[in-house]
Every structure is written in C-alpha cells, then in structure tokens.
Design a protein around this ligand. Sequence first.
Ligand code: FES
Length: 106
Amino acid sequence: MTWYRVLKESQMNDGDLFKAKVNGKEILIIKDEGKFYATSLYCTHEQYDLSDGFMDDHKLICPNHFATFDPKDGSVVSPPEGSGDIEPLKSYRTKVENGDVLVEVD
Ligand code: FES
C-alpha cells in the first residue's frame, strides 16, 4: 500500500465530491464535517459515476436510483428501492499532511 497526494485540502468544501485517478484506480474523495474520505467511484448498483452524486445528512447519495452509502467505510445505508442488496463501495484510508490530502492505494 502506498500513500498518494491527490489534492490540496483547500480545494474542497464540506459536502464536495472530487473524482480522482490514483495509481490507475478511479476514486471518489468526499469531504464531510472537515474530514476526508475516499471510496471507489462507481455505484455498485449500475456503475453510475458517484462524483455526479451528492451528500445529504453525511451520507453519499447516488442520483441514479438513490442508493445511499456511508462515506466513512463505503457501507450501504440503503439500496435503491426494490433492488435487493447491493455491494458496499471500496473504502480507502485518507490523511492530511502539510495541507495535502493523501489516499492509500495498493
Ligand atoms: S446506479 Fe446508483 S442507485 Fe442505481
């Protein structure tokens, strides 16, 4: 596992979503209450790009059919209505160093 610098801390406000490619992996960076989280970019329901989604009450919403994920660990809070279970998002560790946001990716 390696830490990669992805962006400046100051580039994001609370509730922002940021799409990044890190070591060939497509990742979503999320800022919520001053903290940074990182998950896989695509919804596990129908592969919708979650950088087009939004945050609501500290949860990440896919705008396609409204699957809801916890940005802290990628877990499914609620699947789309009538879809049955869906897989969680992959979750990546993040840290802030000297004003930079870093993500740990293998
Ligand atoms: S593609 Fe995300 S909820 Fe269907």
